[in-house]
Design a binder for this molecule. Structure first.
Ligand code: ATP
Length: 307
């Protein structure tokens, strides 16, 4: 305790194992049914007492992260302060391990981490449920970054039910430097599906069964994303990247969320190396990472004197 206290919270990136997208709703959002899976690409957010709420960022493409009030970690700290009647400031420092604008919800991870860090720093003592409510106000993917593991998301993705899932999975994640804007991908899917009657989105029994039995081969065959045709239509390189993963024996490959990240499920570490080397050599990915999942949601990794 005291003014030199600092709290560091780690929060994970997500991959959507399945993403089903309904038609556009009157409020502009799309009804979703998705299976989130937290993977071992993480951001660390350190909160230190300060007079005002500020943020600094380090890591790959840190320069692409806003440092003003639009930063999701700043928005999270402000929201918690406002709802808890706190006047204190906080200096937030983000160490980014999650690619920026990669469809892996890095900003959402920072928001979740900032909520948990400030709650500990300011001793506001919110329950997990109270934090979840604030998280849902900040963005559709923020509640999952708090929860972690593997979970079904409905509504805009913010209504979560933990999934019955077994096993630890090895992934190769192919990143792209070419940006894909989330609204543009949704507009493209609406264009591609114009005039079609869309069923209510639901996750498949096949994928849930694969998770229950912890069967990576069945899971690989069940990966699915309704946004994939739209993302590939806007960025055809994604099709090449998916083909490389398939050629090198990945159990399955899928565009994560609205892209441009592509996630490949592989059998083991050896195969992850094969797929990673092939993707790197193909030149279609700007960066390739080997990760595993599921991992926990936002959690304190260090609580002690500040620097
Ligand atoms: P989405 O949640 O839409 O899938 P994403 O995972 O593709 O997003 P993010 O890394 O979350 O991408 O960043 C999307 C945009 O949000 C960035 O381009 C950036 O301008 C803005 N942003 C705001 N706060 C942050 C933050 N703390 N970290 C990263 N980006 C942030």
């Amino acid at each position: 305790m005291g003014t030199s206290e600092a709290v560091t919270v780690r929060a994970p990136a997500k991959v959507n194992l399945e993403l089903r997208v309904g038609g556009p709703r009157p409020d502009g959002y799309h009804e979703l049914a998705t299976v989130f899976h937290a993977v071992s690409l993480t951001d660390d957010v350190t909160a230190t007492p300060a007079d005002a709420i500020t943020v600094t960022v380090e890591g790959v493409h840190a320069d692409r992260v806003p440092l003003d009030g639009t930063n999701l970690a700043v928005r999270a700290a402000r929201l918690l302060a406002e709802r808890s009647g706190i006047d204190d400031g906080v200096a937030l420092h983000i160490r980014k391990g999650i690619p920026v604008a990669g469809g892996m919800a890095g900003g959402s991870a920072d928001a979740a981490a900032a909520l948990v860090a400030c709650d500990a720093l300011w001793h506001t003592g919110l329950s997990r449920e109270e934090l979840r409510v604030l998280a849902a106000e900040l963005g559709s993917d923020v509640p999952f970054a708090l929860l972690g593991g593997t979970a079904i998301g409905t509504g805009r993705g913010e209504q979560l039910t933990p999934a019955l899932a077994r096993g630890d999975y090895t992934w190769v994640v192919g990143l792209s430097d070419r940006g894909l804007s989330t609204p543009a991908v949704y507009a493209e899917i609406d264009r591609l599906r114009a005039g079609r009657v869309l069923p209510e989105p639901r996750v498949s029994e096949r994928l849930m069964q694969a998770l229950r039995s912890g069967d990576p081969t069945a899971l690989g065959a069940s990966l699915a994303n309704d946004l994939q045709p739209a993302a590939c239509s806007l960025l055809p390189d994604l099709l090449r990247s998916l083909a490389v993963g398939q050629e090198y024996g990945a159990l399955g490959g899928v565009v994560s969320g609205s892209g441009p990240t592509v996630a490949f499920l592989v059998k083991d570490t050896e195969q992850s190396l094969d797929v990673a080397v092939a993707l790197t050599a193909s030149g279609v990915c700007s960066d390739v990472r080997r990760v595993h999942g599921p991992v926990p949601g936002a959690r304190i990794v260090e609580h002690g004197p500040g620097r």
